[in-house]
Unconditional design. Structure first.
Length: 504
């Protein structure tokens, strides 16, 4: 064989270029993936938005730096469930990512959407007794947990909706809610709520299928870092000293005088109480709060409804009470964002009495009915009917839930102990067969308020900043012309310039 002819200089150059290309491509791919991996693992977050909703305060940053263990945060989001959820969902998710970033790997954030992740949503729903249309943020630290409603993380201004516009965020207080919950979980101590038993009260440990049980409510309260402890006032002398609050739900038999006296002595400490009494069951607790300006009335509330029968449309009498008017008291203010009404089932009314000047407590309405209701003395006397009788029965509206507040001005439940009571004219509203998310939220917020757990860190809410540019007609026309004519002409001119230079 003869010796192959030597390669020309051009062929040597081409081969060298080909080798360089084949070496350059994997290096380029490696650099691309390496840069993205480093950027994914090591990055710097910054909030350059106008509202700065994702910027954490010094209190939150110090809390995260001192976080002793790992915290799991799950966002259970169904924005279709309420208007507030869809309005602030993105801001809440970005804020959770900021918590994760600032915690240095100690916080894990998971997003579960019920209609996309059915299996994950079902597990959470069973564990925390959620429904598929709820918007909540779940915090888990060890064996303790808290469930926060997204609707309570902002104050919504519905004013624009009245004029046909969209609702807007008035203030964003998600950081306060989340940081306060983290602080409570880390501190380790659950708030101990003693639940009265022994006089026909609703059973907290019933089966979920028991329509008259309180098991669904008990599970939800347990997920709020609350320890529910049975208390039998007829067998135990006084309220236990370690009680953070007492819950009395629907006794059906009278309390002994000694038991009533022990509860009264507890409130004088001062104590914290949620008291729910059904109509028609004298218990001895109806006048427990009389000195504070509130009593339970011995009546039952009714209203007329349209009933469709085989004979046509007729009027009937319904004993289900629906609360449609709400105060601005912190224990009920959350419902302004959610909207809707509270169904109390059969209920009795509460009477609020004016307090003398200088009184240390005040009674205030929480929930009120419309004026379509009337109340009859209950139990009903012999020969009496539930129809309205002029001059004998009371006309609505009626207060069906109220608070007694002994907090001093500026008290957030942390500065000094103060009397706090939530009184409800129905206990059956919170039984398994009647329970809906709104009634759960009502009871959860009632206990949070009496425990003073709503504003523990004092982080101020963030108000959105309005940004507007005032342009006259000439300026607006100039912007339109520059966008629709100027940019295309500039692009065409650059193309002509490149073509001319190549020709030259």
């Amino acid at each position: 064989m003869g010796t192959p002819p030597p390669l020309s200089q051009l062929r040597k150059t081409r081969r060298a270029q080909a080798r360089n290309h084949w070496l350059f491509l994997p290096i380029l791919v490696a650099l691309l993936f390496g840069t993205n991996f480093i950027g994914w693992r090591h990055y710097v977050r910054g909030d350059f938005s106008l509202n700065r909703f994702q910027q954490l305060s010094t209190q939150s940053l110090n809390l995260l730096k001192a976080l002793p263990g790992n915290l799991a945060i799950t966002a259970f989001l169904a924005p279709e469930g309420d208007a507030t959820g869809s309005l602030i969902q993105e801001d809440v998710l970005k804020l959770l990512e900021e918590y994760k970033y600032r915690a240095g790997g100690k916080i894990q954030v998971t997003v579960v959407q019920p209609f996309l992740d059915l299996q994950g949503a079902q597990k959470l729903a069973e564990k925390f007794k959620l429904t598929s249309n709820e918007n909540v943020v779940i915090l888990e630290y060890g064996e303790r947990s808290r469930v926060l409603k997204v609707a309570e993380m902002a104050v919504i201004d519905p004013g624009m909706m009245m004029a046909g516009g969209a609702a807007r965020v008035k203030s964003f207080n998600a950081e306060e809610k989340i940081s306060s919950a983290i602080s409570e979980l880390v501190q380790g101590r659950s708030s101990k709520v003693y639940v009265a038993a022994g006089h026909g009260e609703y059973n907290l440990v019933s089966a979920d299928r028991d329509p008259a049980g309180y098991s669904l409510l008990a599970a939800r309260l347990g997920s709020q870092n609350l320890e529910l402890v049975p208390w039998k006032p007829g067998e135990v002398e006084g309220v236990p000293a370690d009680a953070d609050a007492v819950l009395v739900a629907g006794p059906k038999f009278p309390w002994p005088a000694a038991a009533v006296a022990s509860l009264k002595a507890y409130l004088a400490k001062p104590g914290r109480l949620v008291l729910a009494l059904d109509p028609g069951s004298p218990t001895g607790l109806e006048t427990l709060l009389e000195e504070a300006g509130m009593v339970f009335d011995s009546n039952k509330i009714f209203r007329k409804v349209a009933v469709l029968s085989t004979a046509g449309l007729a009027q009937g009498i319904n004993e289900e009470t629906v609360g449609t008017r709400f105060s601005m008291q912190p224990a009920i203010q959350w419902i302004e964002n959610v909207g809707g009404s509270l169904r109390f089932g059969p209920a009795r009314s509460l009477t609020l009495k004016p307090q003398p000047a200088g009184a240390t407590t005040r009674a205030e309405m929480l929930v009120e009915t419309s004026d379509r209701y009337w109340a009859k003395t209950w139990p009903l006397g012999a020969g009496k009917k539930t129809d309205f009788v002029e001059g004998e029965d009371r006309k609505g509206p009626f207060t069906v839930a109220a608070v007694v507040d002994g907090s001093a001005p500026g008290d957030k439940g942390q500065e000094a102990p103060s009397l706090r009571v939530v009184a409800i004219g129905s206990a059956s509203a919170f039984a398994n067969q009647n329970l809906s998310p709104l009634e759960v939220d009502f009871m959860v917020n009632a206990l949070q308020w009496v425990l003073g757990r709503q504003d523990s860190l004092g982080i101020s809410p963030k108000a959105p900043m309005d940004f507007a540019v005032a342009l006259n007609d000439g300026q607006q026309r100039g912007i339109v012309l520059s966008v629709f004519l100027g940019i295309p002409l500039l692009t065409a001119g650059m193309g002509v310039l490149v073509w001319w230079r190549r020709r030259s």
